[in-house]
Design a protein around this ligand. Structure first.
Ligand SMILES: [Zn+2]
Length: 549
């Protein structure tokens, strides 16, 4: 008996030892150890310099950054993975500005006087078709939340034909605390306004009016007005169908519209919360003339590759992404008007370049290939990465994982890891294992209702099915308490985020960025060697895309 238990103990000890032993090959270990915080600093210092003029998309500084990143890729010995044997993927855009003076927007009821709305005060609208002038004269249909989500057994459309119509809908998603229903309080992609426009366009609608209700949108009308009042950018070669009028209306305008239709807005809002809701056609048409200034411009993604070591698996890849663009120069602002974007996102570029350098230098490569993409136009709405997702260097089904880096604050050695969305992928057990090896505690998302997952470049890869998430730090740093880190984050958001003051400073401590680069290297290397390609959990909103459905 005693002997048997000894044998058992030995077996258990062996199994435990095998589990805790890292699968990391010596070449990877060496690559990881050569990651250098000071090289990340040098990249941030260069990209955030005033001479790069804030790296605006379609501006000279953005082009300079792209050229410089490509030169780094070349110096490391990365293979070009862009257009026609270059490191560049050309991305074409239209900048669109609605002309308030010539745009007219009116509700025309079957009986009674028409109601003319005022641009910026009552409504905002943008023509996604990049026409200089579009005319709409179409019936308005209220479609509730405008969501079709089979996995939650929710369909606001109920098969109603909406071709040529204008859809009135609510932002967000049906309220719930039940995690199995639209992930409870967390915002899923169905709640984002981008989804709503896309779904309406797929159904052949010509326009969308989102009803703005502050407590539902989680931001005021001024935010809608400010972010929609200037130029918006769209991809020229976007495969998704487009709306002639993608817009918002103020709650009070929606109330007037309901009144003109002989209906009560509160009842409509209430009915939208029922799964048996059906689209309601109002006896009111939208008559709109939308006039736009259209400015074509181009920018580039920078894409390089390290070929995998396995003859078969090298057709597949893992990917690292970071956006290099920022807000450029705001010529009409006085004083310092260069938006340097040191933290956002020269830091991510510093990490991306350091990963590229050490992967390329490694004496032995992982089985799958490794793609490095510095993307443009993140600040315009994730457009560079959207183009990358639609035109990946290898088919999206063959990309096992995308790790994205965006705004990794150089605050010293992090003790916490934020990898929101990772838990939805089959890579998660590996993420947990590697996090443990780095003594990084995985932090849950503090504000799942804000939908952060849909606001950085990894999302562009997720929507074409690639398991993807961003790697960032929490608020706890070595030698400090949590309050210190939280105060640093608050200070950044209040005083530097998307402001000219997001500049390089000599006292920045890039050990944060180096640690997360090392974490990403180990995770990526192991993912590149895993037997099976990664996927999404059953029932996840991105599972369909992964399966090519
Ligand atoms: Zn960013």
């Amino acid at each position: 008996m005693k002997k048997l238990s000894t044998v058992l103990l030995v077996i258990i000890a062996c199994v435990l030892a095998a589990q805790s032993q890292s699968a990391l090959p010596p070449a990877a270990q060496k690559a990881m150890n050569s990651i250098d915080a000071e090289k990340i600093r040098a990249t941030v210092k260069y990209l955030a310099d005033d001479s790069l003029m804030g790296r605006g998309t379609g501006q000279k500084g953005g082009d300079m950054a792209a050229d410089w990143i490509a030169a780094q890729f070349k110096s490391y010995g990365l293979l070009p993975a862009g257009d026609e044997g270059t490191y560049f993927q050309e991305v074409n855009f239209y900048g669109i500005t609605t002309d308030p003076a010539q745009t007219r927007f009116a509700f025309v009821p079957k009986s009674g006087p028409e109601i003319v709305l005022k641009f910026a005060d009552d409504f905002m609208a943008m023509d996604q078709t990049h026409a200089q002038k579009s005319e709409i004269d179409a019936p308005i249909v209220f479609v509730g939340y405008g969501i079709n989500a089979p996995e939650y057994k929710w369909d606001d459309y109920k098969g109603v034909d909406l071709k040529g119509k204008v859809l009135l809908m609510l932002v967000n998603e049906p309220p719930s605390d039940d995690m199995s229903f639209f992930k409870g309080r967390a915002l899923t992609y169905y709640g984002r306004w981008t989804y709503k426009y896309e779904e309406a366009a797929r159904r052949g609608a010509v326009g969308v009016m989102l009803v703005h209700k502050t407590e539902m949108a989680s931001y005021g009308w001024e935010v809608v007005r400010n972010s929609w009042g200037g130029e918006s950018s769209i991809l020229r070669d976007d495969r998704d169908p487009k709306l002639k009028s993608a817009g918002w209306i103020q709650l009070e305008a929606a109330r007037k519209l309901a009144q003109a239709a002989g209906m009560d807005l509160n009842n409509l809002l209430r009915d939208a919360n029922s799964p048996t809701f059906k689209p309601v056609e109002l006896p009111v048409r939208l008559k709109e003339t939308i006039v736009s200034r259209v400015r074509p411009f181009a920018s580039r993604n920078v894409v390089g590759k390290v070929k995998g070591s396995d003859a078969q698996a090298q057709q597949q890849a893992i990917m690292y992404t970071a956006h290099y663009d920022h807000l450029g120069i705001h010529a009409n602002e006085s004083g310092d008007n260069i938006y340097n974007g040191a933290a956002d996102n020269a830091t991510g570029c510093g990490i991306l370049l350091e990963l590229a350098r050490v992967f390329a230098a490694a004496g032995e490569k992982p089985k799958r290939s490794v793609i490095f993409a510095a993307v443009t136009a993140e600040e315009q709405g994730l457009l560079g990465s959207k183009y990358l997702g639609q035109h990946p260097p290898v088919p999206a089904q063959n990309i096992s994982l995308d790790l994205n880096y965006d705004d990794v604050q150089p605050l010293g050695e992090p003790q916490q890891l934020v990898v929101t969305g990772a838990e939805r992928t089959s890579v998660y057990p590996l993420v947990e294992k590697v996090a443990k090896e780095f003594s990084l505690a995985i932090q849950p998302d503090d504000h799942p209702e804000a939908g952060h997952y849909y606001r950085s470049d990894h999302f562009s890869l997720a929507r074409v099915g690639v398991p993807a998430f961003s790697v960032n730090e929490g608020a706890l740093f070595k030698g400090h308490d949590l309050a210190w880190g939280e105060e640093k984050q608050r200070d950044y958001v209040a005083h530097r985020y998307h402001q000219p003051s997001d500049e390089y400073r000599a006292d920045m401590d890039f050990s944060a960025d180096a640690k997360l680069a090392k974490f990403g290297l180990v995770l990526g290397w192991e993912a590149a060697n895993q037997a099976d390609l990664a996927g999404w959990q059953t029932g996840d909103e991105f599972e369909k895309a992964r399966k090519g459905q």
